[in-house]
Design a protein around this ligand. Structure first.
Ligand code: IPM
Ligand code: MG
Length: 368
């Protein structure tokens, strides 16, 4: 049987640096575990615009559709800020999400014990935190029509549209309920049913899917603004949170900071199963391209490495190998290794991006 295939789109800014550490982990799996992947690489974001005048070529899009999983670094940077909206680096990422139909974006926020003092919240509020935000990723205000900047009378008007079909809500709700069954069995759905009709429908459909198919899961509903407040007040009340594209974008950044650093958080974006049974999938860190520190060996590769661990688990059925990667991350943090973003209250041992990657490999070696 052919090896599983991975397309690497390292992107811009710190993307290539953190992805270099993921490639080491991939090589390690080949050398030490006999697990081989067919790797290919291509461009996305600003670097693709520089090379081809578009943030994602049709050829790259076709390659992404054909592989078992895409690993993405980060896109964007100040050099591209003045580009026309239609060719901004972010459009490349959004096209991948939309055309691969990656509707369920899994953003776990886990607080590693070694970092519990790094959060802006008190230790007892965040220690042991383990929540999963499931963000709808292919619809809502990110993609709804009409959209644009128009002229009405003698002034301009900017328009975006929040639009959700019943089917779009139901499928992401199912993803959340399925995950909850493997976790603590609780889902909290967040919307603004008090002011938005799309929120009213969201609440109804999530409830219907629950009552019909997942009555064993505990379901609650919260307005998204109150949800943000509760996430900072007592985040451990949550297990799985399911929410729309825009609220999910905001709430996942908020949840990330609870854990100490945005440099820690991975994500998986999953779609429907392909012919081989694997879900369409793209894995990427939640953080951005951090152009201010790019090229200096300061970036934290852990979010990108943990994203690859999610690929091992969700795309390749290698949960044991994923757990080994995660244990290694926990070990190096417990040993006090700290990239620049983690230099906080406990001092710690400052390490570069590549030294962090090497230490994780050494911890994996020791865990064989
Ligand atoms: C994210 C990012 C993206 C988003 C940007 C880069 C388009 O913030 O993945 O959370 O808004 O979805
Ligand atoms: Mg975001």
């Amino acid at each position: 049987m052919a090896n599983p295939s991975i397309l690497i789109l390292a992107g811009d800014g710190i993307g290539p640096e953190v992805m270099a550490e993921v490639k080491k982990v991939i090589r390690w799996l080949g050398d030490r575990r006999g697990i081989a992947f067919d790797l290919s690489e291509d461009l996305v974001g600003g670097c693709a615009f520089d090379a081809h005048g578009t943030p994602l070529t049709d050829a790259t899009m076709a390659r992404a559709q054909a592989v078992d999983a895409v690993l993405l670094g980060a896109v964007g940077g100040p050099r591209y800020d003045s580009l026309d909206f239609s060719v901004k680096p972010e459009r490349g990422l959004l096209r991948l999400r939309k055309e691969m139909d990656l509707y369920a974006n899994l953003r776990p926020a886990q607080c590693f014990d070694a970092l519990a003092d790094f959060s802006s919240l008190k230790r007892d509020v965040v220690a042991g935190l383990d929540i999963m935000i499931v963000r709808e990723l292919t619809s809502g205000v990110y993609f709804g029509e009409p959209r644009g900047i128009f002229t009405e009378g003698n002034e301009r008007v900017g328009i975006n549209t929040q639009r959700y079909t019943e089917g779009e809500i139901a499928r992401v709700a199912r993803s959340a309920f399925e995950l909850a069954r493997k976790r603590a069995g609780k889902v909290c759905s967040m919307e603004k049913a008090n002011v938005m009709e799309s929120g009213v429908l969201w609440r109804q459909v999530v409830q219907e899917v629950h009552d019909r198919e997942y009555p064993d899961v505990e379901l609650s509903h919260m307005y998204a603004d109150a949800g943000a407040m509760q996430l900072t007040r007592w985040p451990k009340q949550f297990d799985v949170i399911v929410t729309d594209n825009l609220f999910g974008d905001l709430l996942s950044d908020l949840a990330a900071m609870l854990t100490g650093s945005l440099g820690m958080l991975p994500s998986a974006s999953l779609g429907a199963p392909m012919a081989n049974g694997r879900p369409k999938a793209l894995y990427e860190p939640v953080h951005g391209s951090a152009p201010d520190i790019a090229g200096q060996g300061k970036a934290n590769p852990i979010a990108c490495i943990l994203s690859f661990a999610m690929a091992l688990r969700y795309s390749f059925d290698l949960g044991d190998e994923a757990a080994r990667v995660e244990r290694a991350v926990e070990k190096v943090l417990a040993d006090g290794l700290r990239t620049a973003d983690l230099m906080g209250p406990d001092g710690g041992v400052p390490v570069s991006t590549s030294a962090m990657g090497d230490a994780i490999l050494a911890a994996m070696d020791a865990d064989l």
